[in-house]
Design a protein. Structure first.
Length: 76
């Protein structure tokens, strides 16, 4: 499951467990399992559209608004 940043190998979200060619289960790392359970609950509750709008807004604030706020102030 662990990745290697130097080689560009991303960590796996889940690993299939097989025995004699038969799929028995999946092993999930905890943060990924929590994210999948949250997403399933949001979809089952019918709140996906509201959640996705919130997620996109938070992503914009985290990745763009705070990073480029100084440049935007200089341009004005």
């Amino acid at each position: 499951m662990p990745g290697d940043d130097e080689q560009g190998i991303k960590p796996r979200v889940c690993v299939p467990v097989r025995e004699h060619g038969m799929l028995l289960a999946f092993l999930w790392d905890l943060p990924s399992a929590d994210a999948v359970l949250l997403l399933r609950a949001v979809i089952d509750n019918g709140d996906f559209e509201d959640y996705w709008a919130y997620h996109q807004q938070r992503e914009y604030l985290r990745d763009h608004a705070t990073r480029y706020s100084d440049e935007l102030a200089l341009a004005a």
